[in-house]
Design a protein around this ligand. Structure first.
Ligand SMILES: CC(C)(COP(=O)(O)OP(=O)(O)OC[C@H]1O[C@@H](n2cnc3c(N)ncnc32)[C@H](O)[C@@H]1OP(=O)(O)O)[C@@H](O)C(=O)NCCC(=O)NCCS
Length: 326
């Protein structure tokens, strides 16, 4: 059960954080020297317009989380701790659901958090929860010599991912790609798509983002990273104005809500901003995406018969489109 945290939970909160930190060499908890607010956490967050929650089992605090508003619709998720014996139990998800729902109900448009660079398990958790790396590392100059990664996600919206964000988006992007391939989408792969193959593909995209040869967009809906599209900036000497669109993918659970359309509109803006005025793409003939591209003003170049293997092993046709950006 998750309940509002109280100042009287202090001993339980401190014990839980101490246990979690002790799993990482060099991470030390000095409550009075560095974390005195832990002595009255409910008051600390209430005074900032935020809140703290606790999960209790057999009289002990086994989980906690807090959130507080920052500027400009941003809310910070803080103090995410689950007792090690309950890792993998779903308590972390339930706690984060509670804090995110509170922040979103209070008007949050963007959620941010800081995580020690050593807390690798937490990073996987945040990435699964659609957070991506955001901006530079923070140096705390504390007794633990802490360096912290920033993670963030918009509640709803589209963002261009830099190399660090692209690398941290890999778990969500792999999940979306795998689901799209499983339903027969013509996006280079055949089902069943092995996890390592999906991961390797997105790692390659992150590398291309780092070299500047690819633009990667991600779309969030209700705090879930639910869609993506890539733009390959063609490196051919006599085609500096051309770019190729690929991997327009939307989470199977969040279809027909305009996410793909929004991604394509933003993609065209990003292409134009980089001086690319001619775009091309191809898509499985007869699929729903054809209708989207036509409605966005793309011109059909033609259909190539038997261009790609379908999930039933037969050869399927592919439609090629182009669009000139004014
Ligand atoms: C194609 C895809 C990206 C569309 O995502 P989406 O977020 O559901 O699309 P949108 O909600 O923005 O739809 C925009 C328009 O596209 C067309 N469209 C999208 N899906 C369609 C479908 N299944 N059948 C018919 N038309 C469809 C419609 O015109 C729709 O407008 P409408 O809902 O007002 O009628 C998604 O179905 C997908 O990820 N498919 C698997 C991957 C894939 O094939 N990608 C294309 C690679 S080129």
């Amino acid at each position: 059960m998750i309940r509002p945290g109280r100042d009287t939970d202090a001993a339980g909160f401190i014990a839980l954080i101490g246990t979690c930190w002790s799993m990482y060499p060099g991470v030390k908890l000095d409550v009075d020297g560095e974390e005195p607010h832990l002595r009255a956490l409910a008051t600390y967050y209430a005074e900032q317009g935020g809140a703290v929650w606790a999960s209790e089992r057999d009289g002990a605090i086994v989980g906690m989380i807090a959130t507080r508003p920052l500027d400009g619709g941003m809310w910070e998720i803080c103090k995410v701790y689950v007792s090690p014996d309950l890792h993998g139990s779903g308590l972390g998800h339930a706690l984060l659901d509670t804090a995110e729902a509170h922040a979103i109900a209070a008007g949050a448009t963007r959620l941010v958090l800081w995580s020690d660079t050593r807390f690798d398990r937490a990073h996987r958790f945040y990435e699964k929860r659609s957070y991506v790396r955001s901006g530079p590392i923070r140096v705390l100059h504390d007794i633990s010599n802490s360096l912290e990664f920033a993670y963030a996600k918009p509640v709803d919206g589209i963002e261009v991912l830099d190399a660090a964000a692209a690398a941290s988006a890999e778990p969500r992007l792999s999940a979306i790609l795998t689901a799209c391939v499983a339903e027969g989408a013509g996006v280079s792969f055949l089902p069943p798509l092995a996890r390592d193959t999906a991961r390797a593909f997105w790692r390659g995209v992150a590398t291309d983002v780092a070299t500047g040869s690819t633009v990667l967009l991600a779309a969030w809906s209700g705090g879930i990273l639910a869609g993506t599209v890539t733009l390959a900036l063609v490196g051919i000497q006599n085609q500096p104005h051309r770019a190729e669109v690929a991997k327009l993918l939307v989470d199977t659970a969040i279809r027909r809500r305009g996410l793909a359309r929004a991604l394509m509109i933003r993609l065209e803006q990003e292409a134009a901003a980089r001086g690319r005025t001619l775009l091309n793409l191809d898509t499985q003939a007869g699929g729903g995406a054809e209708r989207l591209y036509r409605s966005l003003g793309w011109t059909e170049l033609g259909v190539m018969p038997g261009h790609a293997v379908l999930m039933d092993g037969t050869l399927g046709d592919t439609t090629f489109f182009w669009k000139r950006l004014e």
